[in-house]
Design a protein around this ligand. Sequence first.
Ligand SMILES: [Mg+2]
Length: 358
Amino acid sequence: MAAKRTIAHLDMDAFYFSVELLRRPELRGEPVIIAGTSPRAVVTTASYEARMFGIGSAMPVFQARRRCPQAISVPVDMAHYREVSGRVMALVDELDVPRQRVSLDEVYLDLSGVRDPVWRMSTLVRRIAEAERLDASVGIGPSKLVAKVASDAEKPRGFVVLSREEAAKRFASEPPTLIPGIGGRTAERLERIGIRTLGELQARSVDQLRSAFGERHGPYLSARARFHCDSPVAEGEAKSRSVESTFDRDLGRIIEMEEVLAHQSTRLSEELRRRNLAGRTIAIKVKLDDFTTITRSRTVAEPTNDAATISHTARALLRAYAPPRPVRLLGVRVAAFAAPGAAVSQPVRGENLSLIAS
Ligand SMILES: [Mg+2]
């Protein structure tokens, strides 16, 4: 039997917004959206007041404006958020345990074998509040999955400790999409067989789910619904960025897929330029209708964030792979970051920070 694990997930509360509030206190209590300024910009984050109007991350700005015309727009200042994040993560590092940073404001910590992990984490939250005047929520459990869902359960300033069994029970009446890895499309298919909650999903036999969702996806759903998860806290910084989309209907024609990749490459290029990043490895991810997932990558001569280069390479990779079945998800990734124009780059390591397209 595997040793008992204790995993914590620390998630800063409305991070970008809270950082902006520190230098613009007049925004407190207002519906605020932080977003890029291009015509097709999407909301990066929204204050809790703006979320009341149904505004969420990744929503196009024009749509957010329609839902809440009085919302105050603040331009994204990524350099500043990165700087504050660096100071927060330095406090996290003082715990001296394996940790996996998944974004500027989210980190997993592996506290297995550490004495009094609850006290350690509450001390960390207090120190962040004192040093940076920023709030965070924490979830603690036996896996990344329990920790992640627990950290979200009582935001803001949440602090939730759950065993796997407690998590399965506590969230039984929630929709399956509460679980990272169960998306809207899967939720629709679940609903068609009468499953609207995690509890209903837990109650189904693996065999039943296998026959409805296939050899791989069926057992996966069953395990996730009962909060089984053994993925490790993988150390290392995010060394890549990606854009991916799951489609409402599977794509069968290569020309449609190439169009998607071209569009994604443009978005990814904008994102990389905004962050002043360029990478030498360009990769695609393809998920087929039977949930087979493949990635293919190619290394280019020089670090790039050029939309045409990314798009050209991604489409060539897709044509070379020639998906044998209809495709339900496509994504493009750029990794192995180095300064634009630099000849040498660092190796890729750790998990990836994803910008997920809606
Ligand atoms: Mg957060």
